[in-house]
Unconditional design. Structure first.
Length: 181
């Protein structure tokens, strides 16, 4: 059995031909997908779900980041946390709001979303009260997308942490220059 540390992100020359058309998009852009490229069929199958969860979610960009950051907090995935701190900052989220998602001091709508993510990690389901509140506040499709986002980023977290995937250089540099205050 190969040592997990041997599954580092693949370089451009190593990316399998089976995913050549994905290379210029998401698959060639991030270390997590370059690591997943060790299994080209999975990466290929991942693409449509990624399109929905990342680009077409009923949650919208900001709410999705709230979900992802809270999931990264639960997973203990420094890669996901760092990557999505970077993305949240690009979307204009305030440092204090981002930092709160990594602790217990979440407020407003973020508290409802964080509670939902917390329940999925601890209880493996949403309580009736939380599902009803989410459906009222965000809409039923957003509730489904919230659960799908937690599942999607949990799988990525498993891969990232199993193979100790390094943070992408551009994200590491940006967070070094402009850390969360």
């Amino acid at each position: 059995m190969p040592d997990p540390t041997s599954l580092k992100p693949l370089g451009d020359a190593e990316l399998p031909t089976e995913i050549a058309e994905l290379r210029e998009g998401f698959a060639g852009a991030l270390n997590v997908y370059r690591t997943m490229a060790h299994h080209p069929a999975l990466l290929r199958a991942w693409a449509p779900l990624r399109q929905h969860v990342v680009k077409e979610s009923a949650l919208g960009a900001l709410r999705s980041e709230v979900v992802i950051l809270r999931a990264a907090y639960h997973m203990g995935s420094s890669y996901e946390w760092s990557h999505h701190v970077y993305r949240a900052l690009q979307l204009g989220m305030e440092d204090r709001r981002i930092a709160a998602l990594g602790c217990e001091q979440v407020e407003g709508e973020d508290a409802l979303i964080a509670r939902a993510v917390d329940e999925l990690f601890t209880d493996r389901r949403l309580s009736r009260e939380t599902e009803a509140a989410l459906s009222t506040e965000l809409g039923r499709e957003a509730v489904f997308d919230l659960m799908a986002t937690v599942g999607f980023y949990s799988i990525l977290g498993f891969i990232l942490m199993t193979y100790d995937t390094p943070l992408d250089d551009d994200v590491a540099e940006e967070l070094r220059v402009s850390p969360l205050s």
